[in-house]
Write a protein that binds this ligand. Structure first.
Ligand code: NAD
Length: 502
């Protein structure tokens, strides 16, 4: 078999001696491709000490020098991203063009971060009180922790680390155990770009490594992305230990379709957003809310499109790429199938059933076919919970308001979309809907890098979203300075009262 995957500490690969491991698979073949080392206490301590040293060096460098490294990283990433895409596909399973898409969205944040001096430059008020100037400066936090999920092994870390590093922090990234290699590739790139050792650390591990970051006083903040129960645990534990936390959780994203919408556009977009990356996207559409009388026509159009989807090895066969790859693990495939079983038991109609889907030549791969469900009661767990697979549910509603109320009654608030030609309805939707990211005739409204990414309710614990202005605020601490340089002609004298402005 297999190679062993270790950490990146002090600017170099670091083999683990912990003896704790987890298997890494190629989801398209089902074969184990590597053995991942999971950090023990000694390795966590080594990572923390190195990151602390890295911070002392990096935070003292001028912004101009830090900016040079950021530009070099961007150039290297842009030139070599195909290598990274192949690594993502081999461990995650998504098709190569989709892996490239996630890298490009991450690269946008790198590009935003190259302009960081403008975003952390503070403010100055001259003569705020007589002879007194007041100004604010933004300083880095120190060592910051990033804990990422399996579904975007490059993009999600890149939502945070370009901003954190540009602002002068050092980063410890704890990737998902399921696809840990992208992080190491990115670490090598930072080294090549000239980042000092210890500023970017990759700590491979499980709960032990996560808890180490959540509780150690050297770690100043935690940026987490993953499922809602873990996000809540992260938020509570890290807050209790005095850290800043942003913890992004799960999702169940609805697409509201009004009867005046172009149903061919809607069907195309529902298929793209429902089955892209096999539904393993936190911004995937998982529920189509069809305002009657369009549901039957829409189901027919979606079914036609599903029949033409090509499912297979995301790396492509003979140079031809499929539309959709496998799920991440056999356990996850069984969990997704379990939700379809629940829907069926609760009285839903399984219009297209992906449960027994197999790909010729890849019989051991973790494939699950695109699935379409109709007539699912909204009381079913299959409706209320996140499935995170290629399963699209069509729910019939009688009015715009019934659709809005249903979306607002859910536990999540990550993304949503409305499809309509009625500008007034779209405007009302954006105002009334309790969701953080909204698409108007756009199915996956992931904001560009200079806006911020984040949901509401159980989709985000904490106050700060990822990247954009929120990102720079999160990764810096502000100081306000009130200063008086005495004019030779003035003198303060004794005054025990509280300072007042004049
Ligand atoms: P997950 O919650 O299982 O794991 C995320 C991270 O937490 C991993 O690094 C994992 O090692 C760690 N972890 C897992 N269990 C832990 C525990 N008990 N204690 C401490 N750490 C633990 O999530 P996943 O399966 O890797 O990713 C899929 C989930 O992520 C979905 O719910 C998806 O919606 C969500 N997600 C959300 C967003 C968003 O922007 N809101 C983006 C991407 C993914």
């Amino acid at each position: 078999m297999t190679n062993t995957i270790g950490h990146w500490i002090d600017g170099a690969h670091r083999a683990s001696r912990s003896g704790r491991t987890a298997p890494v698979y190629n989801p398209a073949t089902g074969a184990q491709s590597a053995e991942l080392s999971l950090a023990d206490e000694a390795e966590i301590e080594e990572a923390l000490a190195s990151a602390q040293r890295g911070f002392e060096v990096w935070s003292r460098l001028s912004m101009a020098k830090r900016q040079n490294v950021m530009f070099a990283f961007r150039e290297l990433l842009n030139a070599r991203k195909k290598e990274l895409a192949a690594i993502i596909t081999a461990e995650h399973g998504k098709v190569v063009s989709d892996a490239m898409g996630e890298i490009l969205r991450g690269q946008e944040v790198v590009e935003l971060a190259t302009g960081f001096p403008h975003l952390i430059k503070g403010a100055f008020s001259e003569n705020a009180s007589t002879g007194i100037d007041v100004y604010s400066i933004k300083q880095p936090l120190g060592v910051v922790g990033i804990i990422s999920p399996f579904n975007f092994p490059a993009m999600v870390p890149m939502w945070f680390f370009p901003v954190a590093i540009a602002a002068g922090n050092s980063v410890i990234l704890k990737p998902s155990e399921k696809d840990p290699s992208a992080a190491l590739w990115l670490a090598e790139l930072w080294k090549e770009a000239g980042l000092p050792d210890g500023v970017f650390t990759v700590l491979q591990g499980d709960k032990l490594a996560v808890d180490g970051l959540l509780t150690d006083p050297r770690v100043q903040s935690i940026s987490f992305v993953g499922s809602t129960p873990i996000a809540q645990y992260i938020y509570e534990t890290a807050s209790k230990h005095g850290k800043r936390v942003q913890a992004l959780g799960g999702a169940k994203n609805h697409m509201l379709v009004l009867p005046d919408a172009d149903l061919d556009l809607v069907a195309d977009q529902a298929v793209n957003a429902g089955y892209g990356a096999a539904g393993e996207r936190c911004m995937a559409v998982s529920v189509v809310l069809a305002v009657e009388p369009v549901a039957d026509e829409l189901i027919a159009k979606i079914s036609e499109r599903i029949a033409n989807l090509r499912i297979g090895n995301g790396a492509g066969v003979d140079g031809v790429e499929p539309d959709m790859g496998p799920l991440i693990t056999a356990q996850h495939r069984d969990k997704v199938a379990g939700y379809v079983d629940i829907a069926e038991a609760d009285g839903a109609k399984i219009v297209v059933d992906g449960r027994d889907f197999r790909v010729d030549g890849h019989e051991d791969g973790f494939f699950f076919g695109p699935t379409l469900i109709d007539d699912l009661p909204t009381t079913s767990r299959a409706y209320q919970e996140e499935i995170f697979g290629p399963v699209l549910q069509v729910i019939r509603v009688e009015s715009f308001q019934e659709g809005v109320d249903l979306i607002n009654s859910g536990q999540f608030g990550n993304g949503t979309a409305i499809f309509t030609n009625d500008g007034g309805a779209a405007r009302r939707f954006q105002h009334e809907i309790q969701v953080g990211m909204i698409g108007i005739n756009v199915p996956i409204p992931v904001p560009v890098a200079y806006h911020s990414f984040g949901g509401w309710k159980a989709s985000l614990f904490g106050d700060a979203k990822a990247y954009g202005v929120h990102g720079f605020d999160f990764f810096t601490r502000e100081k306000a300075i009130t200063s008086r340089w005495l004019d030779p002609a003035t003198h303060g004298g004794i005054n025990l009262g509280f300072p007042q402005n004049d």
